[in-house]
Design a binder for this molecule. Sequence first.
Ligand SMILES: Nc1ncnc2c1ncn2[C@@H]1O[C@H](COP(=O)(O)OP(=O)(O)OP(=O)(O)O)[C@@H](O)[C@H]1O
Length: 715
Amino acid sequence: MPDSNSLHQDLKVSSDDAKSASPKTHIKRSRLGVWDFYEEIEVDRPRFALAPMLSKLKELVDCFPYLVRMFKDVFSIPGCPPLVLIFAMAHLADAFVPAVTIWFQGQLLSITQTAIETRTVDKERLIRIAAGRLACTVAAFFFDRIMRIVGRPLNAHIRRWWALHCFHAYARLDNATYDKTEVRRQLRDTTDDYYGQSVIWRTIELVSDIVTLITRSVAQTLVLVQVLRGQPDGPMLAVLTLSAEVLVCVAQMPIFRPARIWLAKTVDHDFIKMKGWKDAVRGGWYRKEFVVGNLKEHAYSEFKKASERIGDKDTDWSEWEDLIDWPLPSIWHAFHQPLAQLPQIIFTLRAAQYPMSIPVSLASLSLVQNAASNFVWSFHTMIYRMRRIEHQLTAVKKVYEVAKIPNVIPDGTIPFPEEASQIRSGVALEFRNVSFKYPDAEKYALRNISFSVEPGQLCVIVGSNGSGKSTILKLATRLYDPEEGEIFFGGHDIRTLKLYDLRQAISVLFQDYTLFPLSIRDNIAMGDPATAHDDDRVRLAARLAGAESFVDKLPDGFNTYLEPPVSTEYSSIPEGQTFFTGRKVNYNGLREAAGVKSTEAAALSGGQMQRLAVARTYMRSVVQEDSEVGLLLFDEPSAALDPAAEHDLFDRLRKLRGNKTMVFSTHRFGNLTKHADLILYMDESGIVESGTHEVLLKRDGEYAKLWKLQAQAFI
Ligand SMILES: Nc1ncnc2c1ncn2[C@@H]1O[C@H](COP(=O)(O)OP(=O)(O)OP(=O)(O)O)[C@@H](O)[C@H]1O
C-alpha cells in the first residue's frame, strides 16, 4: 500500500503543467503509480486561506434544498410519516441518555465529597442513584430496539419508492444520452441499492445520527459543566481532556479538506491487460472461448508477465484516492498523544500540592475521563458521519438530478398519424441529403445520403461492411439525429413528430438485437406492450418466427430465463472443505432439495436466439391485425439462420406485412431483392446504385457483380 510520502514524491517528481482548460485554470498532471492524475488548478487562486472551505460550505448549502425535498418526498410515501416520527423521537430520546448518566455520576461524586467531609452516607440517595443509572441503561436499550423495529419497515417503504424513482430515471434516457460518459458517471453514483439500503435511507440515518450526536454532545457538555462547577480543578480537567480529542476530530472535518477537481486514468498497458485477463477468467460468458482456445497456460503466463513488469505499482485507484483526500490526519494524530496525557500530569501536580483533596480529585478525574470517553466517542462518531455527509448530500442531489437529465434527442410536438388509415397503407420514408457522424467519431458514417421509399414499398439496402446500412435504420428511428439534411416520415420531418408516436409507428429488429434478462415469454411479449398479457399472441408470434417448437422443449418452456438475473446464494463455506469432525462440505444435497439445476443458464443456439428476436418483431407488427405499425425495419435478421429458415423468414415477412412499408438491410440477397421495389447499393462513399433488381442487373454495376457472385456459389 502506498504511503503519503510516495504520493508526495511522485507528485513532486513528475508533475507538469498541461494545456490550459480555461482562462482561469490550468490542468496539472501527476503520476501516481500506474495512474495519471489530472487536477484543475486555479491560476489566480485567492490567497485567502478560507476560500476552499467556503466553496465546500457552498457546495453543502447548494445540496440543502435537495435534502428538504427528500424529506418532503419521504413524508409523502404512504405509511412513512408515523414511522419517521417514531424513529426521530427514539433517536432524540437516546441522545439524552448519556447526559442523564453523567448527571447521576455527578450525584455520586457529590455523595463521595459529603462522605469525605462528614463521614456519613445518604443510603436512600445512593439507592436512587443506582436505580437511575440502571434505568438509563434500560432506556438506551429500549430506544435502540425501537429504532431497529421502526427502521426496518421504514427502510423497506423508502427502498420501494426509491427503486421506482431510479427505474424511471434510467428508463427514460435515450440512447445518445445514455452513451455519454458524464451521464454514465452520474448514473453510477446513484446506484439504487447498497447492501439493501438506498441513498435516501442512508441519508436519513446519517442526518438523524448527526442531529442525535450533536444533541448528545451538547447535553453532555452542559451537564458536565454543571456537575464539575463545584469540584476542584474539574472544569480545567474537562477542558484539557476534551480539547485534545476535539482538535483531532476538527482536523478531519470535511470542511478542512480542500475542494479539488480531478480525474485519474491509467494508460498503463500491463495494468489494463491484467484487469482484462482478470475479467476474462471471472466472467462466465468468456469461459467457452477460454476453454476451447486452451487459454489456461497462455492467460496465466500473460498475467504473470504483466504482473512482474508492473510490480508493486499494481494498485487500484481507491488506494490513492484515500491519500489524496486525507493528507492531514497523521499530523494531527501526532499532536493528539501529548495533549491526551496533560490531564494526568496536571492531576499529579495538583495532588502533590493539595494532598487532602486527592479522593475527590480522583473521583472528578474519573468522572471527567468517563464523560470524556463518552463525549469523545460521540464526537468522533459525529465527525466520521460529517465526513460522509458531504458525499451523502451530493448523492441526494444527484438522485434528483438524474431524473432531470435532458435527453439528447428532443421530442417533437406533432402527433402521428393524423388518421389510422395513414398507417394501414404503409408510411413513406425519405432521406434528403443526410450526413451523420457518431458522437466522438472523426469520420462521417453517412455522407449526403438521399433516397425515398413510397408507402407500402419494400426497400432492400445492400453493400459493404461499414457502409452505413445500420446507421440509416438508427437515424430513421431517431436513436440519433443527423448532423445535416432531413428525414421525412409520412411526409413530416421526423424531428417535428412526437417521439412516442414515431416509435409506435415503426417496428425495428437491429442486427445487434438484445435478448433481455427476462423470461422467453416476456422477451417476445415486449414487442407489443399493449398486448403483452395475451399468451396466445406470444405463442403465435413464436410460431411464425419458428421458435415455438424448440421453446416448448425447454424444461420451463416459455418461462425459461436465458441468463437468470438472480443467482442462487450460498453460505460462505467453500465446496469441498473438510471440517475438523471430518465432514466434507458438499452442497449437492441442498441443490437437489431446492431444485437448483446443474447449469442455470438455458443454452440456445445463435439461430434460435435470432428467432426469438424475430418473434418479438412479429408480436409488434404482424400478429396484431389492427397494428399501429406502418414501417418495418430489419437489419440482417437472418444472419444466424440456416438457408431454409432464412427463406421461410423472408417469405413469411413479405406475405404478412400487408401494405406496410419495409426496409431491409442485408448481405444475403436470397430471393428478397428480386421482390424489392427499391434496392440501394452502398459503399463507403454512400449510395452508389439504386433501382429494382432488373434495372440494376441490366446496369451491370456493383450490385450485379455481387448478385452474380452469390448466385455462382449455388451453381
Ligand atoms: N456506435 C458507433 N460509434 C462510432 N462509430 C460507429 C458506431 N456504429 C457504427 N459506427 C461506424 O459507422 C460506420 C457505419 O456503420 P454501420 O454499422 O452503419 O455499417 P453497416 O453498413 O451496417 O455495416 P455491416 O454491414 O458490417 O453491418 C462504420 O464506419 C462504423 O465504424
